[in-house]
Design a protein around this ligand. Sequence first.
Ligand code: PRP
Ligand code: URA
Length: 211
Amino acid sequence: MNRETFHVLNHPLITHKLTIMREKETGSKDFRQLLSEIAMLMGYEITRELPLEEVDIETPVATMKAGRIEGKKLAVIPILRAGLGMVDGLLSLVPVAKVGHIGLYRDPETHDPVEYYCKLPADIEERFVIVCDPMLATGGSASGAITMLKKRGCKQIKLLCLVSAPEGVERLQADHPDVEIFTAALDERLDDHAYIIPGLGDAGDRLFGTK
Ligand code: PRP
Ligand code: URA
């Protein structure tokens, strides 16, 4: 595992909220709220290095040189379904970001991702892209989504996920060594059904109450 491109954001607030999400008694309403809050906290960290430019402005009492985010604009790309739960938190930080959607589900037998939807901002190749999905298990979904984005010309991509398995991190780093991964937790392993252990179960079902 390359630690230079893999970052665990272990802020106490993130850890605390994730612990509540992991608990099996936590219902969809709280799960949704907490995922959104964690996405915002993680978004604050991953946007830390956005380049600033100095601009001249006038306050009501004086002129000054002030910092403004320069150049490329952001795009948030959730992987459906569960990635949807991270969009609001990120948009609360960057309300002008464009949002694209990539629909992938895991084949229950092979665990390979199956693509069913893709709608991206027209100028996606000019944007700094944050791909979000709460779970990085085998890494197949995230790797597939990033491949789709690269085919559309995206060059600056970061992956934001909540819980990662070592297998997923290794797959992603092998397929896309240029993509930095930001996660709230690195768990132990995958089980025979490619679920993350200890994980938090099926993120999509818990988020939308479908099971
Ligand atoms: C989950 C999760 C990821 C994927 C991770 O989605 O939200 O997209 O599994 O697994 P992987 O790393 O092995 O690809 P799922 O396929 O269950 O679809 P859903 O979000 O619609 O429930
Ligand atoms: N997808 C989930 O929602 N949870 C896992 O543990 C693995 C994949």
